[in-house]
Design a protein around this ligand. Sequence first.
Ligand code: APR
Length: 237
Amino acid sequence: MLADLLKESKHTIVYTGAGMSTESGLPDFRSAKTGMWEMEDPAKVASVDALNQQFEQFFQFYKQRVLAAKEAGPHEGHRILSKWEEQGLISGIITQNVDGFHTMAGSENVMELHGTLREVHCESCGKVYGNERYEQDEFYCECGGKLRPSVVLFGEMLPEEAFLQSVFESEKADLFIVLGSSLTVSPANQFPMLAKENGAKLVIINMEPTSMDYLADLVINERKIGEVLREADRELS
Ligand code: APR
C-alpha cells in the first residue's frame, strides 16, 4: 500500500524523527530503556539554562553526541529516501534529527527543524566552527564566548528558514509520511496535522503508536523503518 500511495502522489513529503537513526546505532529519546531521556534529564543537558548554568554537563553531553554521530552514519533507509528523491518519488524531507544523515546519504531538499550537530557556534559573537572543536575539548571561541552546537535547545525558537520551508512543503503535500517520531514535541509535531488539514494523505510508520495515529490514513507499528522502506522500494523497482 505504501508503494501504491507513493506512485499515485504528486508531492510527497517525508518527516523523520530519531527512530530514523536508531538503525544507524544512535539511540532515540523516548523508547523505553534505551531512549536518551531515560538516562538524562533534557532540562539539565539540552536546555538554554543548562548552557548558561551547567556548562560542564552541557558540553560533555553534546561532546558524546558529536562523537556518536561521527562513529555512525546513514543506513540503507536514508539511502533509499535519497534515491526516491532522485527518482521524483518524494519532494523533500522535514527532519527533527540533527545527525545530518539525510544530507550525507545524498538527499537534497532537507529541512533541519532542530538544527545540526555538525557545527558549533559562539554564544557571544556567533562565529561558526566545525564540530571537531568539541571532539578536541575546545569549548570556547577566540572571543572568549562559549561554543554550543547549532541545534535547537529546549526553550529556543526553531530556525525560521527551515520552519517556513516546512510549512510551505506540508501545505503543498498530497502525501505526508512520518518515519520514527513519537510526535510529542511541538511545534515540530504540528506538521503532520497541517499536511492533513491541507488534504494530504497521512502515513505514520513508527514502532510504537503515537497520539496522532487517529489522523492517519495508514499506520504501520511494530515494524523497523529500514525493513518497511526496503520492501516498498522492491515493489517500486
Ligand atoms: N523503526 C520504527 N520506529 C522506530 C525505530 C525503528 N527502527 N526506532 C525507534 N522508533 C520509534 C520509537 O518507537 C519512538 O516512538 O521512533 C520514535 C522516536 O521518538 P522520540 O524518541 O520521541 O524521537 P523524536 O520524535 O524524534 O523526538 C523529537 O524531541 O528531544 C527532542 O529535539 C529532540 O528532535 C527530538 C524531539
